[in-house]
Design a protein around this ligand. Sequence first.
Ligand SMILES: [Zn+2]
Length: 319
Amino acid sequence: MAKTSCVNGHPMWNGDGKPVLWIFRTGYFREYEEKHPNTVLAEDGYVPQIYDLCEDVYKEELDGWYCDECKSVAVFCENTRYDYVLKEKLPEYSYDQTEDWEEYIALRDDDFEDFQEFYEKKKPFDAIQSYRFKYTYRLSPDEKIILAFDQDKKPAFAYELKRFIDFDKQNEEKEEETENDPPFDIEKFCQMAEEEAMQMLGVGLDYSRSSIHLLDEMVLRIRSMYKKKLIDDTVLWNLAVTLGTYYGEVMLKDLLAERGLSWDDSEHPPVLADKGKGTIIKPINTVHHAMFVSEASANNYLWSDYGNIRLLADMYLSK
Ligand SMILES: [Zn+2]
């Protein structure tokens, strides 16, 4: 059983390996019958079924999902997804005016089973043409409108395209995004931390263990600026990255490098880790967290955090 959501956020599912909507393009079966005039459906009551004839055929294998709640339809075709919603006003097209539109049949499971019984030992296109479908559907050339015609060829209802997703394109964009991720430039971030310290406190940072006290002081000030809404979430996070990088560098220089830890920037944000990744220390997350704890806890937060890490390092990490 597979699950997805409709375009309006309702959960949809397809059970027993059956799609909720069986959709077939009529023209495909016309062409198929021309090429394979001897094919008869469900011979001996079994194979081929109509869906066997379009299986793995480029753009002819359509996977349709129907939302019981809002009656929207999702159609998966190759690596794309079309979401159609019911159109309130019926567009003014007659059957004849839509001659050049692509024609489809679409059936819910129960209706499809009736059709299956009907098409036994018939040729596929003949079967489609002679069966009394409740509706036939026509798709506008720009794929934006689906018009349903009843058995008297009168327009009954219409769907309009609300969303189109090209999954291949989406993946390409994602890959580009990751490529454009700024590299983790330790030197640059530390330099930015030094500049911040100079601006905020009028002192430099010397990478000594005791300079963590200065970081604590900076965190307190940043925290209060954030509370007064003088800086926003993005600025707060950027400050956490710069101060956190400096914090991590102090830890490495002071103790953790000799115990086998180094920056691992495959994580976001980067962390300090040993090669086996048994130990992971997250200075950037810790600094960010320190900006949110109560003022009492924020006092000397990083200093006491580092005290704990030193204790753990002495207990567990190889010298
Ligand atoms: Zn829905």
